[in-house]
Design a protein around this ligand. Structure first.
Ligand code: C2E
Ligand code: MG
Ligand code: MG
Length: 641
């Protein structure tokens, strides 16, 4: 198509040139024809005069009547006619015509005219002679006769070439005209075909352009995987719904749908299976909502449904319910029957927002509320929990810069040997003062960091700092000081965790036994092979493993047998320790040959009680609150004062 186009474009100047040349030939032909006509006129005139003279000679009586005296005037006029005819003949022949005559081989006409002139002059001479009385009528007649016969013979000579030339010119001209016409016709056909091709190509190009524009539009506003409208069309859908609802004085809902376990499926079964799942879920959601509701793929595993207007809010519950049900139906992925659930956040217009940005934001917040409430459910937007949610988001946001901005520090709380009150170690507890000067407790920000994955970097920072501090205290003489470091379940899943710790220990020349790793009971996930491996690696390294907050978890106690824990830390919620739970835990620890540390010792009574139960170690405000390293006395004995 492009070739034809460019070929036509290249041929066009050439065709135009040919067309122009033939047009010139045509114009020239018309002029030549005109000239032929002109020569013909000359010829006719010549013949006319010749004929007249011939008539006079053949009937001399007209010139020389016997009864009348010689009519000199008439004779003179005849001679002048004879003379004038060739002169006239020559005089009307322009120079350019003469050149033309020579070119086309008809210059004999000039010769003839010139001959005629000589004859006429001779005749005049004779006439002049007669005027002087030296010529007889007979001589005069003879002269005239001679002149006329010269005319006749010259006329024959004249007639033939002129006629032939005229015919030739006429024929050539006619052929040229015919040829030109054919060529012009062909050219016209060719050009019109070329123009038609160009126009067709242009039309095709326009159609292709329109098609590709349409396709681009499709791509811009539709998701290529699920064929659903994408987030670019979301604003438009919500704004249309707002306009409709305002007109009808009704409501509509924006539902933010997020698949709960999509990431796991994607990571374990691969992206192709993940894509298949998304396509299926898109279909299920679309088939579940009503005909006038819109479903949009927001991105990743997130979908947004914008419902049509409604008056009764209950309809939204029913739609959300149906979506949850549809999604949770089993799906066969890669020959494996899988299950996935969704969390849905709902924001309604106008009560939860009056523009698309707010509605979407609130639906998104509500979706997070649904996730936090245990997933596989829907939650309407709730302002109060949204505030909590926003606080979480703000913490996540601030945590991003916390390490870089040196906002973290460690506080240390002594671990006391209950029998003699000596300080045997300390627990490193993370402290965070944000850039705005706000102090946020670990109980609040650690779970958030665990959820957002930021705990890995934070935990590594704690590990490094606590080991450094332990080294400082060892170097200061407390060579048996044990540093307890809290480690979250996410860190245990990291296959490089024990290697990282052992590298630090090697670098600082610290014995592994000086580091105690505290893991809360709830975060011991026996199903996660990486975590189990890490625990064994740590035990092999020589670090002690402490089960933190013991008694608060709901896990099965079998891990006490299977995992290499050395110490149980009784949670502070069981203090004051005059209760059976604390004593039972201590007894169990003894049975299992485990050491016991009691947290939250605040009173002497509690201390005594635990000491009597042979609980070896304790921590609590009674001894000291967590303090910065600079305020920590590594040699402090809490019995001696
Ligand atoms: P935890 O590991 O059980 O730490 C003991 C918590 O009890 C500390 O709270 C400590 O200040 C507090 N405490 C100590 N003695 C007493 C007492 O006599 N009475 C009362 N009422 N409380 C006492 P903190 O420092 O707020 O830490 C809270 C939790 O945050 C920790 O509980 C631990 O689970 C977590 N955490 C702290 N630092 C880190 C860290 O670096 N990494 C990780 N993963 N978690 C940490
Ligand atoms: Mg702890
Ligand atoms: Mg604890």
């Amino acid at each position: 198509m492009t070739l034809t186009n460019s070929g036509t474009r290249k041929a066009l100047p050439f065709l135009t040139l040919i067309f122009f040349l033939f047009s010139l030939v045509l114009v020239w032909s018309f002029f030549t024809l005109n000239h032929s006509n002109y020569f013909h006129q000359l010829n006719i005139r010549h013949f006319k005069h010749t004929a007249e003279l011939t008539g006079l000679i053949s009937a001399p009586i007209k010139l020389f009547p016997t009864e009348e005296p010689l009519n000199l005037e008439k004779i003179r006029q005849t001679i002048i006619d004879i003379r004038r005819q060739p002169i006239e003949c020559l005089s009307i022949t322009r120079w350019s015509d003469r050149v033309l005559m020579k070119l086309i081989g008809t210059d004999s006409i000039i010769a003839i005219c010139e001959n005629d002139l000589i004859i006429a002059n001779e005749t005049l001479d004779a006439l002049t002679g007669y005027k002087n009385g030296t010529v007889s009528t007979q001589v005069l007649q003879n002269q005239l006769t001679k002149a006329v016969s010269e005319f006749q013979s010259n006329s024959v000579k004249f007639e033939h070439p002129v006629e032939t030339t005229i015919n030739l010119i006429a024929n050539v001209t006619i052929w040229l005209i015919i040829l030109s016409s054919i060529i012009v016709l062909l050219l016209t056909i060719l050009i019109s075909r070329a123009v038609a091709i160009v126009l067709t190509n242009k039309e095709k190009a326009m159609k292709a352009l329109a098609k590709s524009e349409e396709r681009n539009k499709q791509l811009a506003y539709n998701d290529s995987l699920t064929s659903l409208p994408n987030r670019n069309s979301l604003d438009h859908k919500i704004n249309t719904a707002i306009a409709k609802s305002s007109r009808n004085n009704s409501q509509f809902a924006v539902m933010f749908i997020d698949l709960d376990q999509f990431k796991d499926i994607n990571d374990t079964l691969g992206h192709t299976v993940g894509d298949k799942l998304l396509i299926e879920m898109a279909k299920r959601i679309t088939n579940t909502v009503r005909a006038n509701d819109s479903v949009i793929r927001f991105g990743g595993d997130e979908f947004v449904a914008v419902t049509d207007c409604f008056v009764d809010i209950e309809i939204i519950d029913s739609i959300a319910h149906r979506i949850i049900d549809a999604i949770s139906k089993p799906i066969k992925l890669d020959t494996v029957e899988s299950y996935i659930t969704a969390s849905i956040g709902i924001a309604c217009y106008p009560q939860n927002g009056r523009n698309s940005t707010v509605l979407l934001k609130h639906a998104d917040t509500a979706m997070y509320q649904a996730k936090n409430a245990g997933k596989n459910q829907y939650q309407p937007y709730d302002k109060r929990s949204a505030t909590k949610q926003n606080r979480k988001l703000s913490i996540v946001h601030q945590l991003h810069h916390a390490i870089k901005n040196n906002e973290f520090s460690l506080a240390y709380q002594p671990v006391v040997k209950l029998t003699d009150g000596s300080t045997v170690g300390s627990e490193a507890l993370l402290r965070w003062t944000t850039a705005n000067g706000e102090t946020i407790g670990p109980d609040e920000f650690i779970p958030i960091a665990e959820n957002s994955g930021q705990i890995i970097d934070i935990g590594n920072w704690v590990l490094e700092q606590a080991c450094l501090q332990c080294k400082v205290w060892h170097d200061a003489g407390a060579i048996n000081h044990a540093m307890a470091i809290n480690v979250s379940s996410q860190q245990l899943k990291d296959p490089l965790f024990s290697k990282r710790l052992s590298d630090i220990l090697t670098r600082l020349s610290l014995p592994a036994s000086s580091i105690h790793i505290e893991i809360t009971e709830n975060s011991v996930i026996t199903e996660d092979q990486n975590s189990v491996t890490t625990l064994h690696e740590l035990a092999e390294l020589g670090t002690k493993l402490l089960l933190d907050d013991f008694g608060t978890g709901y896990s099965c106690l079998s891990y006490l047998k299977d995992l290499p824990f050395d110490v149980l830390k009784i949670d502070k919620s069981f203090m004051p320790a005059n209760n059976t739970i604390a004593s039972t835990i201590i007894a169990m620890g003894h049975e299992l040959n485990m050491e016991i540390i009691a947290e939250g010792i605040e009173t002497e009574m509690c201390y005594e009680f635990l000491n009597n139960l042979k609980c070896q170690y304790g921590q609590g405000y009674l001894f000291q609150k967590p303090v910065p390293a600079s305020e920590f006395d590594i040699f402090k004995n809490f019995r001696s004062n």
